[in-house]
Design a binder for this molecule. Structure first.
Ligand code: PSV
Ligand code: MN
Length: 410
């Protein structure tokens, strides 16, 4: 097999892009500045409701989840943040855990409360008919705000399983008002530098109605709360056919795009590897983000992965997702914006679409190779290969054995 001449490929691409008027060094700077958080729960054993398949080497505690997350960062250079889920990651002293993370070259990112797994939450948390359950949920979220203070995290990431399973089960408007009240109580307790992210999901585990079912409902709650409440877009949380890039552009323009939970879906909330099913959609989302960056309105967006795999090696899978996100961002950055503006102005539909397609079809691997060389990463051409050849997975399988902690807290 012939070795790819990455240096040569890079110079060819660089020349081609510069001939088109693209400032390649600024594209590279943007790629170096890209940051995507990975989820602690994505490294632990997980499964479906049909069973959990335990993997040798799966982390046995939260420190080990951070050790694995540090590997994903080591090979990509773009993932130093690790989102935590409470109580799945509880049990350690938070300051000590934050210090341990720093010693590994990573840090604690978004804090995710869990108001869905306790038995009391089976009919909802903030929307529950029972005041004592609502109170318990608010108290837990406030405890998470306190953890954010301790570890210096600016992001409270909220997802609610609240909803009903049967027509007639709940008073939908009353539930909405309960939500507004609970969220307002939390919002009022948060500091100026802290942002509340509100995630939506159309169904599951509630199968009749979900209290925050789509971006419009999340946005309405945010508007009632104030400017530090923003919408979180999880790519798996849309009904088939939803135009996610449109949602992204709309929320950006409203100053309410809080962040992402990246993954990919074929059917519903499949949690598949980012870019595995529809890389063009991911590219189109990134073209909106890059347009927002150019207009100075996308600086605060929090980029996170939310995936929890059953069968693949978790770290290699996370690296695959990070590489897909890097490629999508690179392709969006090389869209010829000047020509696009001309084509749009001339109402040249084919011309405009061809500009998108040309960027999407570009093999950006030489560009990200260069970025990874500059960042001094172990395998600049192929981070997935680099990790798989590093021997880390085999060493942990030996050391930790089978029987790690489950990503679902079990
Ligand atoms: C729910 O499906 C979700 O996307 C939320 O973000 C949760 O916090 C996460 O998955 C983990 O269950
Ligand atoms: Mn999510």
């Amino acid at each position: 097999m012939t070795q790819t001449n990455w240096e040569g490929e890079y110079h060819l691409l660089q020349r081609r892009l510069e001939d088109e008027g693209i400032d390649v060094s600024s594209v590279e700077e943007r790629l170096k500045a890209q940051r995507v958080e990975t989820p602690s729960w994505g490294y632990a054993d997980s499964g479906t409701r049909f069973g959990v398949f335990r993997q040798p080497g799966a982390p046995r505690n939260v420190r080990q989840k951070f050790e694995d997350a540090a590997q994903a960062h080591r090979f990509t250079g773009i993932a130093p943040g690790v989102a935590v889920h409470i109580p799945w990651d509880a049990g350690e002293d938070w300051s000590e855990l934050a210090q341990y993370a720093t010693s590994l070259g990573v840090h604690i990112g978004a804090v995710n409360p869990n108001v869905f797994q306790d038995y009391e939450y089976r009919f909802g948390s903030l929307a529950n008919e029972k005041a004592e359950v609502r109170k318990k949920a608010v108290a837990h979220i406030l405890e998470c705000v306190e953890i954010m203070r301790t570890v210096g995290s600016p992001l409270l990431s909220l997802w609610f399983a609240d909803g009903t399973n049967f027509p007639g089960q709940g008073d939908i408007r009353a539930r909405k008002r309960h939500f507004q009240e609970g969220l307002a109580e939390v919002y009022a307790a948060m500091d100026d530098g802290q942002t509340m992210l509100i995630e939506y999901k159309p169904f599951e585990p509630a199968f009749y109605h979900t209290d925050i079912a789509d971006w419009g409902m999340a946005y309405a709650f945010c508007r009632h709360l104030g400017p530090r409440a923003k919408v979180l877009v999880d790519l798996g949380h849309h009904l088939p056919g939803a135009n996610i890039e449109h949602i992204v552009a709309f929320l950006l323009d409203e100053g309410r795009l809080g962040g992402f939970h990246f993954n990919n879906r074929k059917y519903a909330d499949d949690d598949l590897t980012t870019g595995a099913i529809n890389p063009y959609e991911l590219f189109l989302i990134y073209t909106e983000l890059v347009a927002g960056e150019r207009d100075g309105i996308a600086g605060d967006v929090a980029y996170m992965i939310d995936e929890s795999h059953t069968l693949k090696n978790k770290i290699a899978e996370m690296i695959q997702s990070l590489v897909a996100l890097q490629a999508s961002y690179a392709k969006a950055l090389i869209v010829n914006r000047a020509k696009l503006a001309e084509a749009r102005d001339a109402q040249d539909l084919i011309g405009a679409e061809e500009i998108y397609k040309a960027a999407f079809a570009t093999d950006v691997r030489p560009l990200v190779w260069k970025v990874r060389c500059d960042l001094d990463l172990p395998d600049p051409a192929d981070p997935v290969r680099g990790f798989r050849q590093s021997g880390y997975a085999e060493a942990k399988a030996q050391e930790r054995g089978v029987g790690g902690t489950s990503g679902l807290g079990a």
